[in-house]
Design a protein. Structure first.
Length: 188
């Protein structure tokens, strides 16, 4: 073996190692088990943004990064909640977009989980969501299992689901909301 051949192998190995170490996991937040009361969620909440956290199995990070999988998951989630609001009344939730009611559901809250009778209230499959508050913002979120179910039910990434289930070690998709008032809330 010549020196050039060995040098090429070393360069390829270094590039591979550098690409592996440059792929950060999103450090999926842990489940927040602080009890949330119905009184805390009552009223109107404008969806300000969404955030998807994904921890990819280290063996697949290079391949997944090149395919843009995290971005595809982020987009699938953000599209459904975009420009929406949720109005919570006692035992009833309404999803609004552009000031008009798009759907509604009865709900009940147990500790830190909200259960919807209408699993497609927000425009995607979520029969229940975890609830937490961060800096006076209401955050509804799904963990790995619920995110996989949402993506499976949605079908927009159906060609990717086998890969997604294999490579995603952990995930969390969040809808972050700020308190708001719309005149239509008085009518509901």
């Amino acid at each position: 073996m010549g020196k050039k051949y060995i040098l090429k192998i070393v360069i390829v190995l270094l590039c591979g190692l550098m690409s592996l170490t440059s792929c950060d996991d999103d450090n999926v937040p842990s489940l927040v088990t602080t009890t949330v009361s119905v009184e805390q969620i009552l009223g109107g909440w404008k969806i300000s943004d969404t955030k998807a956290y994904v921890d990819i199995n280290w063996k697949y990070q290079v391949q997944v990064s090149s395919l843009g999988l995290k971005g595809k998951m982020d987009d699938a989630f953000a599209d459904k909640a975009k420009d929406g609001s949720i109005f919570f009344k006692d035992k009833m939730a309404y999803f609004l977009r552009d000031g008009f009611v798009r759907d509604s559901s009865s709900y009940h809250l147990e500790d830190y989980i909200i259960y919807y009778d209408n699993a497609d209230l927000i425009g995607f499959f979520a029969p229940y969501m975890y609830v937490k508050f961060e800096d006076s913002r209401l955050v509804l979120y799904l963990r790995r299992k619920e995110t996989m179910n949402l993506l499976e039910e949605d079908g927009s990434l159906s060609g990717w689901m086998g890969t997604i289930r294999d490579v995603v070690d952990d995930a969390q998709c969040e809808i972050r909301m700020d308190k708001e008032y719309l005149p239509i809330y008085d009518e509901l």
